[in-house]
Design a protein around this ligand. Structure first.
Ligand SMILES: [Zn+2]
Length: 222
């Protein structure tokens, strides 16, 4: 394994779980048209949050070629907090890309809001900056927070969703700093919600169910 040049960044990855009821904010919109599900918005109305090439998405990071070969960059569509249709990008392990594409399609149809989805290169490979911007992101070559072993993010097999509404909470500290978890908040992930279910049924596990620390933003599949 090569040296982790960006490892000193305070990474957060962890373990979690929660105990609240489903949030009213996470539900299918009333179907007043009684027709087919709403189509993806016309191309000219989509807000583009990220539009990189693969090379741009991994630029500036020193990490093993054998991991690079497993990654792909996918486009995903989602409802922003402004209720507009947004398009972002995710660096993910190739064999998990179909899962994320299907999950994002489900969340789009359910109108679950996601603020932005940008490869972390947009933040200079700085997790704190990415989280503070409420960015949803997957691949980053780094260690687990406070640990020596690589995070699941380092293999492109974990994704953090809306970190500001779904912080990592460990020993009375939260990451991003100042964030708090309210499962009824817009963009929050609640136990048993459509978001957890979309991941769970495809074999992903949720840090919101960890016994001690809780990582409400974190889903992973091994
Ligand atoms: Zn994570």
């Amino acid at each position: 394994m090569t040296i982790l040049r960006f490892a000193p960044l305070v990474a957060l990855i962890a373990l979690h779980a929660c105990d609240r009821p489903d949030p009213p904010a996470i539900r299918a919109a009333p179907d007043t048209n009684a027709a087919a599900p709403p189509p993806i918005a016309p191309e000219d109305t989509i807000v583009v949050d990220s539009d990189l090439t693969f090379e741009e998405a991994i630029a500036g990071l020193d990490f093993p070629e054998e991991i690079r070969e497993t990654l792909v960059l996918i486009d995903v569509t989602y409802r922003g907090f402004d209720d507009s249709t947004h398009r972002g990008q995710i660096l993910v392990r190739r064999d998990l890309a179909p899962d994320l594409e299907a999950i994002f399609a489900e969340l789009y149809e359910a109108r679950f809001p996601i603020e932005k989805v940008r490869p972390i290169v947009h933040y200079g490979w700085n997790d704190d900056a990415s989280m503070a911007d409420n960015n949803t992101t997957c691949f980053h070559y780094r260690r687990k927070t406070g640990g020596r072993t690589l995070s699941d993010h380092a293999y492109g097999r974990a994704i953090d969703v809306n970190p500001w509404q779904n912080p990592l909470v460990r020993r009375s500290r939260s990451y991003p700093a100042g964030a708090s978890y309210d499962p009824t908040a817009k963009g929050a992930i609640a136990r048993g919600s459509i978001v957890e279910e979309a991941f769970r049924k495809r074999g992903w596990r949720w840090g919101g169910r960890w016994r001690r620390s809780k990582d409400y933003q974190h889903f992973y599949k091994r």
